[in-house]
Design a protein. Structure first.
Length: 313
């Protein structure tokens, strides 16, 4: 990726940007706020060449699939890139609205969540392997409604600042961001402790952590080889816990759909089979992610060259 790495791109999800959008959410009626999100998206589309080129490259891969023309409606151009970035802005706005309790009218449809609610009642934890498709933070809505404790594993250095932001808008938040390295032994113990307390642990597995030597696995994704972090799948195999593909996508104005699909049932895996099992988990995860990207192509928010092979990404 020319001109920097994905970790160097100023994401709208940083603490400062969250507070800006939070200010809009508190002071501006929703119709006007959504119009402002569109203006912000226009600015970002025109000024951020990296995001614009990466969006178009991703959308071109979607378009080249058999399902692509139906999913996008027309060949991807600048207008489609704008729609992609606008969807990102609206997603961020709704995240802040829900976290602040200002969007009580949000409608959430649950697809495959029943088993998780039963596990929560039985005080059994689960590992959710998510992505940057849709808004994983919208799982907060489920966590509060069903008294689930959610721990989001993060690679970024400012996890404590994001935690402070969550707590500033909701002192009783059920979401905790923990910064740990899934390759470390300490991480496995900390995650196991969360699971044993009957909590949910969420790891996003469609982005390599910056500046860290981590093991990767290459699989075919949207028609081309792509590299995914292998650690979340090795971790799931090692811990022997119930593992789910998880996402939350926007289906309309203030309407969301949470999706959970089983990847592994948590049955004990012998040490000699763990590597093979982890690879199977990755393949299942990739298949689900690809299918949902084709259903909601404008909601995959990785604005960098995902298929780049630079080791220092």
């Amino acid at each position: 990726m020319t001109g920097g790495r994905w970790a160097q791109i100023e994401e709208v999800g940083t603490q400062r940007s969250l507070r800006v959008v939070s200010g809009i959410a508190r002071r501006v009626p929703r119709p006007l706020a959504l119009a402002l999100m569109a203006v912000i998206a226009v600015y970002y589309t025109l000024r951020n060449g990296e995001a614009r080129r990466s969006s178009r490259a991703y959308l071109a891969r979607v378009w080249a699939t058999p399902e692509g023309p139906e999913a996008l409606g027309s060949a991807p151009g600048l207008r489609t890139v704008f729609r992609h970035i606008r969807e990102f802005a609206v997603s961020l706005y709704d995240r802040v609205m829900v976290l602040s309790g200002a969007l009580d009218g949000v409608a959430a449809e649950h697809d495959g969540s029943g088993e998780i609610f039963a596990m929560a009642r039985a005080n059994r934890g689960a590992l959710f392997i998510g992505s940057h498709l849709g808004s994983t933070d919208m799982l907060w809505l489920i966590s509060k409604q069903y008294d689930l404790r959610v721990n989001v594993v993060a690679f970024f250095d400012n996890a404590r600042h994001i935690n402070a932001f969550f707590e500033s808008i909701d002192s009783e938040t059920h979401v905790r961001v923990i910064e740990i390295d899934p390759d470390s032994v300490r991480a496995a113990f900390e995650i196991r402790a969360c699971l044993e307390r009957g909590e949910v642990v969420v790891i996003l597995a469609d982005r390599l952590p910056p500046g860290r030597a981590v093991r990767v696995a290459e699989v075919d994704f949207l028609g081309a080889p792509a590299r995914f972090p292998f650690s979340p799948f090795r971790l799931a195999s090692t811990l022997g816990c119930a593992t789910y593909f998880a996402l939350c996508v926007r289906t309309g104005d203030a309407r969301y759909k949470t999706v959970l699909r089983p990847l592994g049932d948590g049955a004990p895996i012998t040490r000699s089979e763990r590597e093979k099992h982890a690879r199977e988990l990755l393949e299942r995860y990739k298949s689900h992610l690809e299918a949902w990207c084709l259903r909601f192509p404008l909601q995959w928010f990785n604005f960098f060259d995902f298929w780049e092979r630079d080791e220092n990404r």
